[in-house]
Structures are given as structure tokens and as C-alpha cells.
Ligand binder design. Structure first.
Ligand code: KG4
Ligand code: ZN
Length: 337
């Protein structure tokens, strides 16, 4: 079976081909450079970019895989959560192919794709029969959420951010210091460049209550703003703020995620989403999981941000599991409820 995956939930236009669970190609065209001057994704610009590039990205994915559109047996497409105008482009494109070629279509949840991409094996396959139950976490630009995952139909939300997502907080902190966009990789690099010994104790929200698995990151963002307004505007200060902002956010993330495993008696943890590219987050998670004897799954470092391979792999696994949609498939901008 050959599956074409399509992902357009935010600012990446992506297509990928999976053949019998083996990834053949994965193509991404990002509009991130067009949003840089605004310090965040502008929905209108993102959907225009999807409309302009969707065809060429899909064509390139087919070419790289050595396939023709006639070879495709299944279309898998992200239908939520995400920006409505962005989701519509990918879903309409996928429906057009499904209709023209009379092939089945499967709508995939973007957050589940991020989480389940942790279980992609070396061939790009997800074995839905043998991975549940586990604690699944998405740490991205739009979401910071913890789920108790019991089956492909049973993801129960047990913790979420009450305000900003972690990636969003990284982006906003970078914007405060005028460092560029997207902020995550820049703040990470700046943090590594800090060589001083002076610390900044930024707040670590919602850690006191042992039962509470929610997050809040708007307080630390405001603390960075106040600190920035008063400090000298030097490169050293930018690096220092980056270092201690990153440290505080990762400290909270790791503690809560481990707490979620312990309170739910689960020894398997999967953490996906763009922020999982962060080296410090990865190493702190590895350390904490080793300490508590928890088996940790993360996507490979460069597969954390939005891509269509995770969508194709999950769609194919779901189809084999008996799931499919029809041409009435709706977009779900706020996700599954
Ligand atoms: O998963 P993703 O590609 O898109 C969403 O679904 O949101 O995540 C993008 C987010 C951005 O906010 C970006 O700043 C953040 O992931 N990010 C990082 C790093 N790389 C990307 N945050 C911290 N450290 C990184 N190395
Ligand atoms: Zn994402």
C-alpha cells in the first residue's frame, strides 16, 4: 500500500510518501521566513503559501519516491487542530485527489501524529497494536498538553497549558529581545553562549500542587519582559536571559511530565512536537526517565517539527486498523473533543 500524507495545519506545507510502512520521501516547504517580521505566524500569509506550494510539494514528494499519482492507494491528511484557513487547503487538496482517483481518505489529528511519531520505527512504521497504553505529551508552538493514551480512539487530556504554549513562549521571549523568529532554536543557541556565572531566578509556575498537571507560561514571559526593560541591552544579557528562561521552562516541563507518569502508574512516555528539538529538554527528559525507570520515546531530533511523514504513517496505520473517512471530512481547528 502506498500512502500520500498531507500536512498544512500551520506554516509548513508538507507531503510525504509511505510504502507498506516504509518512508519513501518527505518534503516540507515552510513559510516561516514570511512570518519573521511579525514575530509569529500570520494565518492569511500561511494559507496563501499553502495554496501556492501545495501542488509542487506533493509533486516533489512523488518524484523523490519514484511514484506517480496513479500509484497512490490512500490519502492521509491533517484535519485538525490548526489554523482553519491552513487546514482547508490541505484537506481540499486531499479530497480532490481522493475524488479524482477514487481512493480512500483518512483525516489525522495533528497532535496524535506528533505523539505517535515517537513510535515510528526505523522504516517509518507505527505499530498501533503494541504501543498502548502510555503517557503522551505534545510540546509545540501551539500546544503543551499531556494525555493518557489507551488506544487510537482513547486519548484523555490530563494536563494542558492555561495560557501560552512552550514554543509560543520561546517565540515571544525571542521577540522581546528582538532575536528573530522562530525563537526556539535561537534562544537555545543563545543559552549555550552564556558563559557568565550570574543567575536569574525566573518563576516556575504551578509546581506546588502535586496533583496539578496544568502549565502556565505567561508569567515567565512577563518576568522576562520586566527584567529586559531594566537590564543593559547587551549580548551577554540576551544570552543570560535565554539561558535561565530555557532552564526554568524545561525544569517545569520535565517535573510535570514525570509526575504525570508516576500519578498514572505508567512507565512509558512519548514526547513529541517542535520544542522536542531542544537539546537540553531531550537530555533532561532522558536523565529524569532513567532515574524513575520510565521508558522514553521521542522523535529523532530533526523529525520533531511539522512534517507529513508522521501524518502518512499514522493515516496508514489507522486505515489498516479499519479507520477511514469520506469526502465530507470536516476540518477541526480546535481538535478532537
Ligand atoms: O510542532 P511545531 O513545528 O509546530 C506546531 O505544531 O506548533 O513547533 C514549532 C515550535 C516553535 O514555537 C519553535 O520556536 C519551537 O517549536 N522550537 C523550539 C526548538 N525548535 C523549534 N523550541 C525550543 N528549542 C528548539 N530547539
Ligand atoms: Zn505541530
Amino acid at each position: 500500500m502506498i500512502t500520500l500524507g498531507i500536512e498544512t495545519s500551520c506554516d509548513e506545507t508538507a507531503a510525504a510518501i509511505i510504502e507498506d510502512g516504509v518512508m519513501r520521501s518527505s518534503e516540507v516547504s515552510s513559510s516561516v521566513h514570511l512570518h519573521a517580521e511579525y514575530g509569529g505566524v500570520v494565518p492569511e500569509i500561511a494559507s496563501r503559501h499553502h495554496t501556492e506550494y501545495m501542488y509542487s510539494v506533493a509533486k516533489k514528494a512523488l518524484e523523490d519516491a519514484g511514484k506517480k499519482i496513479e500509484d497512490i492507494d490512500l490519502i492521509s491528511v491533517t484535519n485538525g487542530p490548526g489554523l482553519p484557513g491552513s487546514l482547508l487547503v490541505g484537506v481540499a487538496f486531499a479530497k480532490a485527489i481522493s475524488f479524482a482517483r477514487s481512493i480512500p481518505i483518512v483525516g489525522v489529528d495533528h497532535l496524535r501524529a506528533h505523539i505517535l511519531s515517537c513510535f515510528l520505527d526505523e522504516n517509518g512504521k507505527i505499530d498501533l497494536e503494541n504501543i498502548f497504553p502510555f503517557i503522551g505529551v505534545v510540546i509545540s508552538g501551539g500546544h503543551t498538553s499531556i494525555y493518557k493514551c489507551s488506544s487510537i480512539d482513547d486519548f484523555i487530556s490530563i494536563g494542558r497549558t492555561r495560557d501560552d504554549a512552550v514554543g509560543e513562549a520561546f517565540d515571544k521571549v525571542a521577540k522581546i529581545m528582538d532575536l528573530g523568529y522562530p525563537g526556539g532554536p535561537i534562544v537555545e543557541r543563545r543559552a549555550k553562549e552564556y558563559t557568565g556565572t550570574e543567575r536569574i531566578d525566573f518563576p516556575r509556575a504551578l509546581l506546588q500542587d502535586e496533583e496539578d498537571l496544568d502549565f502556565s507560561f505567561s508569567g515567565i514571559k512577563t518576568a522576562v519582559l520586566y527584567y529586559w526593560q531594566k537590564c543593559p541591552k547587551t549580548e551577554e544579557e540576551k544570552n543570560k536571559i535565554s539561558r535561565y528562561f530555557q532552564e526554568a521552562v524545561i525544569d517545569v516541563l520535565v517535573k510535570k511530565v514525570i509526575r504525570a507518569c508516576l500519578t498514572n502508574n505508567t512507565k512509558i512516555l512519548a514526547v513529541g512536537g517542535g520544542v522536542v528539538n531542544n537539546t537540553l529538554l531531550r537530555s533532561e527528559l532522558v536523565k529524569a526517565c532513567k532515574d524513575k525507570n520510565i521508558k522514553l520515546y521521542m522523535p529523532q531530533k530533526n523529525n520533531c517539527t511539522d512534517n507529513a511523514a508522521m501524518v502518512a504513517a499514522l493515516g496508514e496505520a489507522m486505515y489498516r486498523f479499519g479507520k477511514k473517512d469520506d469526502l465530507d471530512l470536516k476540518i477541526k481547528p480546535t481538535g478532537r473533543r
